[in-house]
Write a protein that binds this ligand. Structure first.
Ligand code: KIV
Length: 336
């Protein structure tokens, strides 16, 4: 059926006398008074409790008071936003991004540019938490200069406050170079997932006397090189505890027991944002069921769309009756 659609000018003349026709409105005036009738709204909202920005100084003070430091990963704006609102001291844009946000097989695939994009996204949300970007494999091992160049990009482009890199004694020179340029470095020893191929997989480190001595030696090297803290991943709790006592910088444990200066977990793991049956390492505690809640919500939505019970009248925009009848006249339809 062909409708005779009146021109915009004719339509504006059809408007109710006394009302300003849409075409006569100035665009600036509209944008000033308009609410966003769209889901394209910024996600941000002010935190319920205003917190000061966490700095190296605040982290040192927590360490001195023996108050555990809380750290969690975030890989995009929403996950950074919730971490910041929840009051995390530190947020890590970890290269676990590769698997849990980008669907890659392991961390070796993720690129520096990709890490930077995700750091930018997270750092827009983390107004308070001290935010760290991981240096991905291949972006720091070649030389201390390469490490510094990558770290500068992560800070300047990613807008985070510090960088993390994996490795102990062999990475001391790189850490030293980055730290001496005024960039806070978080070390990472014990299980270093970027080296899974040479470690023979994701294995617990420091289970023998020699292994434990190696973890300690690496942690001390990282500290001497100028790191402000060090992640201890997958080492026996007793070893992590003793290493923590030997150091003068905080240790952040993941799979390293309760004797560290703080803890870090991957957000999707601890919030339960993954399908049933996924492998979880022993140290992960599932504090929530984000996957289950999302599934419930989406299944209910699907059902309601299919049976036309959504949207209901309260989810739609009203139109004045006279405008509707003029519209019907204009397209020559009696009623809808
Ligand atoms: O990439 C990451 O998320 C990490 C944490 C597990 C420490 O390195």
């Amino acid at each position: 059926m062909a409708y005779r659609i009146p021109s915009r000018v004719a339509l504006s003349r059809m408007s109710t006398p006394g009302k300003v026709p849409i075409v006569a409105c100035h665009p600036v005036a509209i944008s000033q008074i308009q609410q966003r009738h769209s889901s394209h709204s910024p996600l941000g909202s002010p935190p319920t409790i205003q917190r000061k920005k966490i700095t190296l100084e605040s982290l040192r003070s927590l360490y001195k008071k023996n108050e555990p430091i809380t750290m969690i990963t975030a890989h995009d704006f929403p996950s950074g936003h919730v971490a910041d609102h929840a009051g995390m001291d530190m947020v890590l844009v970890g290269d676990s991004l590769a698997m849990v946000a980008l669907g890659m097989e392991d961390t070796s695939e993720v690129l520096l540019d990709e890490m930077i994009l995700h750091c930018r996204s997270v750092s827009r949300a983390t107004k308070s938490a001290f935010t760290i970007g991981d240096l991905p494999m291949g972006s720091y091992e070649v030389s201390p200069s390469q490490a510094l160049e990558s770290a500068i990009r992560v800070i300047k482009e990613g807008r985070v406050q510090g960088v993390k890199l994996e490795g102990g004694t062999e990475m001391a020179a790189a850490i030293q170079r980055i730290a001496s340029a005024g960039i806070p470095v978080l070390g990472h020893v014990g299980l270093t997932p970027q080296r899974q191929n040479s470690l023979g997989g994701f294995r617990v480190q420091g289970k023998t006397t020699l292994g434990a001595l190696k973890v300690l030696e690496d942690a001390i090297a990282v500290q001497e090189a100028g790191a402000f803290a060090v992640v201890l991943e997958a080492v026996p709790a007793e070893v992590a505890s003793l290493v923590t006592k030997k150091l003068q910088i905080p240790t952040i444990g993941i799979g390293a027991g309760n004797g560290c200066s703080g803890q870090v977990l991957v957000q999707v793991d601890m919030s339960g944002n993954f399908p049933p049956g996924r492998f979880l390492p022993k140290f992960v505690k599932k504090y929530g069921d984000v996957w289950g809640e999302s599934m419930k919500a989406m299944q209910a939505y699907k059902e309601e769309v299919k049976n036309r019970s959504y949207p209901e009248p309260q989810h739609t925009y009203p139109m004045p009756a006279d405008e509707l009848s003029q519209f019907q006249q204009a397209i020559q339809i009696e009623s809808v």
